[in-house]
Design a protein around this ligand. Structure first.
Ligand code: NAP
Length: 265
């Protein structure tokens, strides 16, 4: 079995990563940074996002597991005190995998630049660099609305607890193959109107955003930020690919939601 460990880079995460590496070497596991079967992320959800983007061209061959050295995470849900148990599980149990849906984003350009394709594990956001974002929203090939405001956030179910939640979006169970479109401060008055509620789209519905006047857009894909010019359209839909997480014990999603946002520590 080939593994890679990605650390957040702080002292505690590096020390834990070293310990796990030593354990895995004891069991004759092979460290392979290029083609790992399993990627262990040590840090937080942000660390796992980075790990996902490092290996996103081999999602069907690599499974992820996350240890958190700070607060409980949605992707990083193993405690530092549990790493011995985790390594034992990795080396002794044929691991089970749970799959979470991803967001596919295709950006097309009006100046002949080749389209670019991206995968997000949390979300994509679109903002204008030149004041209010004005963008047509098309759903399933039909004009839906013209959005005016700070921006739009299109999230995956597992990303619904991140930026989307801060925008008043719903938390969606990752077994539901869907994407969610949430508004950032839309302008709503007698002249301009948007639906005002987050929209949850099923797998077979595509959302296309067509900028009306914006010259320069700021587009984020998870933690990555791009400035794009001459954007003709941004197509968003549930991706065909999924991200795979190694599961050695049940940790129900709603329990993670409760422990993260509701329960006293
Ligand atoms: P960051 O700004 O350093 O951290 C953002 C926070 O979001 C961290 O506390 C991170 O947890 C947490 N997080 C990441 N994925 C999550 C998930 N699926 N559910 C719940 N919390 C999650 O940025 P980063 O670490 O590079 O992460 C990028 C993410 O930041 C973006 O994908 C976006 O979702 C999020 N973000 C949120 C807001 C907001 O809430 N207003 C604004 C911008 C970006 P850890 O501490 O465990 O790493």
């Amino acid at each position: 079995m080939k593994f890679a460990i990605r650390s957040k880079g702080d002292q505690a995460s590096n020390a834990l990563a070293d310990t796990m590496q030593r354990y895995l070497f004891d069991y004759k596991f092979i460290n392979d940074e290029e083609e790992p079967d399993i990627v262990i992320s040590v840090g937080g959800d942000g660390t796992l996002l980075h790990a996902f983007h490092r290996y996103y061209d081999r999602l069907d061959k690599t499974a992820f597991v996350g240890v958190h050295t700070g607060h409980l995470g949605f992707y990083a849900d193993w405690l530092p005190s549990e790493v011995e148990k985790l390594v034992n599980a990795i080396v002794k149990t044929p691991f089970q995998v749970v799959e979470y849906p991803l967001l596919e984003v295709i950006i097309r350009y009006s100046d002949g630049t080749r389209e670019t394709q991206h995968l997000a594990m949390n979300e994509a956001t679109v903002k204008s660099l030149d004041g209010t974002l004005v963008i047509d929203v098309e759903i399933r090939g039909e004009y839906f609305e013209t959005f005016r405001g700070d921006g739009l956030c299109i999230s995956t179910p597992s990303g619904s607890t991140a930026y989307n939640k801060a925008l008043g979006g719903a938390i969606i169970h990752p077994s539901i193959e869907a994407i969610q479109v949430a508004e950032m401060a839309s302008i709503n008055n007698r002249v301009f109107r948007t639906v005002g509620s987050p929209l949850v789209l099923p797998k077979h519905h595509t959302c296309v955003l067509r900028p009306i006047k914006d010259k320069r857009l700021q587009i984020t894909i998870d933690h990555l930020t791009f400035v794009k010019e001459h954007v003709k359209s941004i197509q968003c839909r549930v991706a065909n690919q999924k991200v795979r997480f190694v599961r050695f014990r049940p940790f129900p999603f709603w329990k993670r939601v409760r422990d993260s946002f509701v329960a006293d520590q």
